[in-house]
Design a protein. Structure first.
Ligand SMILES: Cc1cc2nc3c(=O)[nH]c(=O)nc-3n(C[C@H](O)[C@H](O)[C@H](O)COP(=O)(O)OP(=O)(O)OC[C@H]3O[C@@H](n4cnc5c(N)ncnc54)[C@H](O)[C@@H]3O)c2cc1C
Length: 301
């Protein structure tokens, strides 16, 4: 049995995407419960960039302000915790949390983000989000002009090399040439981008600030910054357990209104988009919130 009254919407994940959905719904007097486990993907990064009005703020400050503003809407409530399962009921969804609480809602928003999978390279995870970064738009300006390495393969490596070469003239690709086509290799050579094929075994750093890369053959080279494309997995198994389809890239499949392939379930933010930024997560959450409000209205009106 649920512990509380049935909510219009349960939002699993209360970071930028989830809070944005909650604001749109709260402003329409919808009864919303946000369940959040408090582990946003950017928590180790000292400053967040490229989100207008909040450029250079800490990720936690942006989230705290968002939460404070969303809390002003009295029909929105929060619990800190991990949603561990969700199931379809006759007229909505039942969600349970790790500590055994149970809640019901008519609609569900999955705003759970993704989990970045750190490679087993000593020092890598300590530098993640500080000077080992995923995105030139988020951190490239601060790392401009530095001696920079890129750890990636194939098309993604070429894409990153192009973007990063706008920001610094000293770019080295740490990759296997086998992942690149002859045309790609010619482009890199023409732009004086070096390639090192030897496997990386360690990133030497001081409090997350890269000092050097150590290679498997024992050699090392000084670098100041690294861009890395790392694999990810869904943070939560709930969408797949509910039957939500994933895309080829591993994102939750959504339509133009953030609706998943399961009726009544919406997804927003990193879990359903290749556009990985605070601004995109906020946009997608806002879209999901308004789409759900419309759906709830049409069911009633
Ligand atoms: C290192 C790093 C640095 C970045 N820097 C920038 C930057 O400078 N500028 C920028 O625009 N973007 C940046 N990004 C991207 C940006 O952080 C993400 O696009 C954004 O956080 C996505 O928001 P989200 O709400 O989808 O997911 P997240 O912010 O990752 O939040 C997901 C939330 O869901 C919760 N959750 C997950 N599963 C459950 C569950 N089962 N139950 C309850 N809660 C759950 C998590 O605890 C978390 O609070 C960065 C990303 C990384 C990894």
């Amino acid at each position: 049995m649920p512990d509380q009254i049935k909510h219009d919407v349960i939002i699993i994940g209360g970071s930028y995407a989830g809070l944005s959905a909650a604001m749109a719904l709260g402003r329409s007097l919808k009864n919303v419960l946000i369940i959040d486990s408090g582990l946003p993907c950017n928590r180790q990064t000292p400053h967040s960039h490229n989100f207008i009005t909040q450029d250079g703020e800490t990720p936690a400050a942006i989230a705290a302000k968002a939460r404070q503003q969303v809390s002003a809407y009295k029909t929105v409530s929060f619990i800190n915790g991990l949603a561990t399962s969700a199931a379809k009921t006759d007229d909505g969804f039942a969600v349970t949390t790790q500590d055994g609480q149970a809640f019901e809602s008519r609609k569900l928003v999955i705003a759970t983000g993704v989990k970045d999978l750190m490679p087993p390279i000593k020092g890598f995870s300590d530098c993640w989000g500080i000077t080992v970064v995923h995105c030139p738009y988020c951190h490239g300006y601060e790392l401009r002009g530095l001696k920079t390495a890129i750890m990636s393969k194939g098309d993604k490596a070429l894409h990153l090399a192009g973007l990063v070469s706008n920001l610094t003239n000293d770019v080295t690709l740490l990759t296997s040439t086998a992942s690149l086509t002859p045309v790609q290799l010619r482009k890199l050579t023409a732009r004086r981008i070096r390639i090192i094929e030897t496997e990386v075994s360690e990133i030497v750093h001081q409090s997350g600030h890269v000092k050097a890369v150590v290679f498997a053959d024992g050699s090392q080279e000084k670098f100041d910054a690294i861009y890395a494309a790392v694999p990810f997995e869904q943070h939560s198994e709930i969408p797949v357990a509910l039957g939500c389809e994933l895309t080829e890239t591993g994102h939750i499949k959504v339509d133009a209104t953030q609706k998943t392939t399961v009726e009544g379930v919406y997804a927003c933010g990193d879990n359903s988009s290749t556009m990985r930024s605070v601004a995109s997560a906020v946009y997608a959450g806002n879209l999901a919130g308004t789409a759900i409000n419309r759906e709830l209205t049409e069911e009633r009106f």
